[in-house]
Design a protein around this ligand. Structure first.
Ligand SMILES: [Zn+2]
Length: 1029
């Protein structure tokens, strides 16, 4: 065993950077990375054959079913057998190569291997024969994912590879071969991970045709041309055959193509025709590419379960095609990897084309736009966003309260939640394109992870709350407050509420606590009374089947103020009568009454919202402070979803992936406003409860001092008794703003991209689907601008949704879908979510609407986006004493920072960090910390300026040393040397000069006290700490 440990140690260390306290052994240098690439012949057309398997981390089966190969009645697929089968093939022949991608699967397999197998696999990795590409926990979706979760899921995969394989495990290329459209922000991230290139498989069929004709399949993608420059540029290649082998040459045991039959004595010998056919596909492909290197993807979904059938035939193909060289052929086949192909291209020192666009929406044929999945499974999308919020809270509390030093239950609990979020980001996960039982499995993983995370948060409060020896009360969490359900608060006469704020800025927020009684006294962390407003729970909320069991009658609404990375504890005590209470009732005026004088509007000091007394829609918005007033018709409509058997393009159905609408939008309702709508006014919040019939309702809210209008929408169950699938949208129709064909959407919650209706920048776009062809992913915001009148209407979303502006002055968002047909892309089920009672899922979400000037809007949407995805987290506990006694025993207000971060800076990550391998444990506590500038250049005269962060402001630790890493935290930034690529800018006015970020990477052992950030820059550090707690 000792001998093995020494060998393993050496292999681990090779290529590992920044690991202290190690003894170097003289062992052969590992030949991984570009040094291990197979030789090519510059006089030949080199064909890089890339054996690969595409293993979905959940789709038709759950991630565990795929791993073990259970439920093969649904789909034959067992990932464990793939790795079991590939490794011996690689070991038997040094020329063979294989790439592996999805670390969620690889980590499962690795845990089950014995020492000898691990040693063998490490040898293959160190020799570049088994190469990890992409290296994320999954191959994430790019349309519905949020950047925070994307970075986290890659960091999780990278850290596994770093810990188990050191430098040779570090991926060099992105491999997004299956996602249905590609985000520019993803390209920017990959560049910042240190990747040298990216390959993807799917792009719009018209775009692909154009690129094939123009030999423009490979180019430099400029991920952040305005802000990050060269740091975000990425060489990108579109795969020729999607990600499958050329037609006729699939050698998987489940493929039907003929094997290579090469015994001349047999009747069925086919070697000559097979060789000629292959030479033809090589030539066909090569004419669309620039160089004497081309790449062929030899594999597909869940292939290589019997790797021998692939390799045996590829061996023969290589042998016989290369034999033709003696007859004058210039074709040279070799086993290779994407990074080795890329390395050969880089050596050409060619000047490439470039693009600044993204690749949304993806159309695979005339009537098939894959823009439905931007909104599919709206509840899962919302749940994933909320779960990410909670994960960040728990990771921060773990660090701030020092729970994991060196390793504790917190590390293990957070691992479970991180892995759950990691698999959910998959391109058949959060995208909503999986079977229902798989979606249920994802949701269950998130629920289990959330519970584990809450245990970590509780442990942190146990440490942070007590002033002396008094034990902190047990914390209880309520995850259903969005539907006004909290079993704990509904059954307590008095309780404490602790609000944790994961932002580096002090926040004020309004909380809504489900309660039973009518009068309450609310006391703040300093013992002062807090004004509260009692808001009755609406009938619409009470109808939601998932609330079954709730007895709450009211919501207690009040404002909380919470310090940065800190908490505030409030006391809520039932009062026997009004005089004892700080809560005030709301006044309710039903809209269905005949009192004609009722002013049909709600307002506060910020906004006035005018309502339509016939249809129930909003009629106008006024921003009182800016004196901007516009007509605004907002309400719900639906498109009929196209039904069809998909046998031809014209029969394409709307489904989990595709959006296809039939006819124009239809108003909900088509008659007068339904009974039950009302206006509610009070001390803190003004609400209009609008009911549009059994399928849709909303609450328009104006909270005191909040610079937005909140629209909480509730859609479902969507009626399908008429045998029609429906796409429910909410439309914001200003009828006055002149916005032309332009609108703006965010990319994964970060940079803003300009969209032009019925237009693509890179090809002559003929839009055959007027709705679907104009839909784009909206991860956090969509807006339109009237430049003449200096008005901007911005809608912030609490989850990813598809959105568009189909006419000047309008915005629309697809909030919920219920469909009756499968769209024939494999999932085999119509997207028909039926919910807890089987009647049809009810989905509730929020839009925050801002009407402001163009120049003042960025500061609002940037800070609001942060507050939405990093919302305060609530926990509750029993109160068995007076607030005064509690204040003497507990720290009722606490902050992890001495002062707020600058307004343009976000602390994106704070988590315990271990670069520990199982062999070389490190005792020193480390953290992973990321800071981010949340503005783009020129968005705001003040906030778009470079920012400076004070690193000495943490209250529970002092940073002793820190080292800057790539965005994925797996390589020291100062040592990063990406392959250089020359390109032609796609905009003639831009010069070829490449802008570099001014900050120099912070090397190992530095102890800076401040840190600077350029617009949109994210900086990643591993730091060692001195604990002050
Ligand atoms: Zn896939």
């Amino acid at each position: 065993m000792d001998k093995l440990v020494i060998t393993l140690t050496c292999l681990f260390l090779a290529g590992v950077h920044g690991r202290p306290n190690v003894v170097e052994f003289t062992q052969p240098e590992p030949q991984c990375g570009y040094r291990s690439c197979p030789a090519t012949d510059p006089t030949m057309l080199n064909v890089h054959l890339v054996p690969h398997t595409h293993d979905d981390v959940g789709w038709l089966k759950t991630v565990d079913q795929y791993f073990y190969g259970s439920r093969n009645d649904i789909q034959h697929a067992g990932v464990q057998y793939i790795l079991d089968s590939v490794i011996p093939e690689l070991l038997s022949d040094p020329s063979k190569r294989f790439i592996y991608v999805e670390i969620a699967f690889f980590a499962r397999w690795w845990r089950e291997q014995d020492g000898i197998m691990k040693e063998n696999v490490m040898k293959l990795v160190n020799e570049g024969r088994l190469e990890f590409v992409l290296g994320g926990w999954c191959m994430n979706d790019e349309a519905s994912t949020h950047y925070n979760a994307m970075i986290d899921q890659h960091t999780l995969g990278f850290s596994f590879l770093e810990q188990e394989f050191g430098g040779c495990g570090r991926p060099r290329v992105g491999w997004q071969i299956d996602p249905f459209g590609h985000s520019r922000e993803q390209a920017s991230m990959f560049a910042q991970f240190g990747f040298d290139g990216l390959f993807f498989g799917r792009l719009d069929y018209q775009d692909k045709d154009t690129r094939l004709k123009q030999n423009n399949m490979e180019f430099v993608w400029r991920g952040s041309p305005k802000n990050l420059g060269e740091t975000s540029e990425l060489f990108t290649g579109v795969l020729y055959n999607h990600y499958v082998p050329p037609p006729g040459f699939c050698f998987d045991e489940f493929c039907k193509d003929a094997p290579i039959m090469d015994d001349e004595r047999m009747n069925d010998v086919n070697i000559q025709s097979r060789v000629q056919d292959f030479i033809k596909v090589v030539k066909d492909q090569a004419q669309h590419f620039h160089s004497n290197n081309i790449m062929m993807t030899m594999g597909s979904d869940f292939q290589y379960e019997n790797a021998h059938t692939w390799y045996k035939n590829l061996d023969k193909l290589i042998k016989y095609v290369n034999q033709q060289q003696s007859n004058g052929s210039n074709i040279n086949l070799l086993y290779s990897t994407p990074s080795c192909y890329l390395f050969n291209l880089n050596h050409l020192n060619q000047v490439w084309n470039s693009t600044k666009d993204d690749f949304f929406p993806y159309a695979s044929r005339e009537n098939t736009f894959w823009s439905g999945y931007f909104s599919s499974r709206a509840a899962l999308k919302g749940y994933a966003r909320k779960s990410n919020n909670l994960l960040q809270v728990c990771k921060q509390l773990d660090v701030l309260a020092n729970l994991s030093s060196p390793v504790s239950f917190a590390t293990e609990n957070l691992r479970i939640f991180k892995e759950a979020l990691g698999v959910v980001q998959h391109h058949d996960g959060i995208s909503g394109t999986e079977k229902q039982h798989v979606a249920d499995d994802y949701a269950q993983r998130l629920a289990v992870g959330a519970e584990k995370c809450q245990q970590v948060a509780s442990a942190a409060f146990e440490k942070l709350l007590p002033k002396g020896s008094e034990k902190a009360p047990k914390q209880v969490y309520c995850t259903l407050t969005n539907i006004s359900y909290c079993n704990f608060t509904e059954h307590q006469k008095q309780f404490m509420m602790t609000v944790y704020n994961p932002l580096g800025h002090t926040v004020t927020d309004f909380v809504r606590i489900p309660v039973l009684a009518e009068w309450y006294r609310v006391v703040d962390p300093k013992g002062l009374n807090v004004t509260a407003q009692m808001v009755p729970i609406s009938d619409e909320t009470k109808k939601i089947p998932e609330r079954n069991g709730s007895i709450a009658m009211n919501e207690l609404v009040f404002m909380v103020e919470v310090p940065p990375l800190g908490y505030s504890t409030y006391f809520i005590i039932e009062a026997s009568h009004q005089e004892e209470a700080t809560s005030q009732p709301s006044q309710i005026v039903p809209l269905s009454s005949d009192e004609l004088e009722i002013p049909l509007y709600i307002d506060n000091d910020q906004y006035l919202v005018l309502l339509d007394n016939i249809k129930g829609n909003t009629m106008g918005f006024t921003n009182k402070k800016k004196n901007i007033s516009i007509p605004l018709h907002q309400g719900f409509w639906w498109y009929e979803a196209y039904g069809g058997n998909c046998s031809k393009g014209e029969f394409q159905a709307s489904g989990a992936y595709a959006l296809r609408t039939k006819g124009g939008r239809q108003l909900v309702p088509d008659t007068t406003m339904k009974l039950g709508s009302y206006i509610l006014t009070g001390e803190l919040v003004q609400e209009a409860h609008m009911i549009f019939g059994p399928e849709a309702s909303e609450v328009i809210r104006l909270y005191n001092n909040k610079p937005y209008v909140e629209i909480e929408w509730t859609v479902g169950p969507i009626n399908i008794k008429d045998k029609l699938g429906k796409e429910f949208i909410t439309l914001y129709d200003t009828q006055s703003m002149e916005t032309g064909s332009l609108f703006y959407t965010d990319a994964n919650g970060r940079e803003i991209l300009e969209r032009r209706r019925d237009h693509r920048n890179t090809w002559n776009f003929n839009n055959t689907e007027p709705v679907a062809g104009n839909y784009y992913p909206v991860n956090s915001r969509i807006f339109i601008q009237d430049k003449t009148n200096n008005q901007q209407l911005t809608v912030m979303t609490d989850r990813s949704e598809g959105g568009s502006s189909l006419e000047s002055g309008t915005l629309e968002l697809l909030v919920h879908r219920r469909l009756l047909y499968d769209d024939h892309f494999g999932v085999g089920e119509p997207l028909n979510e039926t919910g807890a009672d089987g009647q049809g899922l009810v989905v509730r979400g929020k839009h925050l609407v801002i009407l402001d000037t163009i120049e003042d809007s960025p500061s609002l949407h940037r800070s609001l986006a942060l507050q939405m995805y990093m919302a305060p987290s609530l926990s509750f506990s029993q109160l068995t004493m007076t607030p005064e006694q509690a204040m003497s025993k507990y720290n009722t207000q606490w902050s992890g920072l001495k002062k707020s971060l600058p307004a343009n800076v976000h602390m994106l990550t704070l988590e315990q960090w271990s670069t520990t391998s199982s062999i070389e444990p490190i005792e020193i506590p480390q953290i992973l910390i990321r800071f981010e500038h949340i503005y783009e250049k020129d968005e705001d005269p003040v906030l778009s300026q470079p920012a400076v962060v004070d690193l000495t402001d943490f209250t529970t630790f002092r940073i002793v040393t820190m080292q800057e890493f790539t965005l994925g935290a797996n390589f020291p930034l100062a040592e990063l040397n990406r392959l250089p690529w020359r390109y032609i800018p796609d905009n003639k006015e831009e010069s070829l000069s490449k802008e570099k970020l001014l900050n120099t990477a912070i090397p190992h052992s530095s102890v800076p006290t401040t840190l600077s950030l350029q617009p949109m820059q994210i900086r990643t550090f591993v730091a060692t700490l001195q604990r002050l707690l």
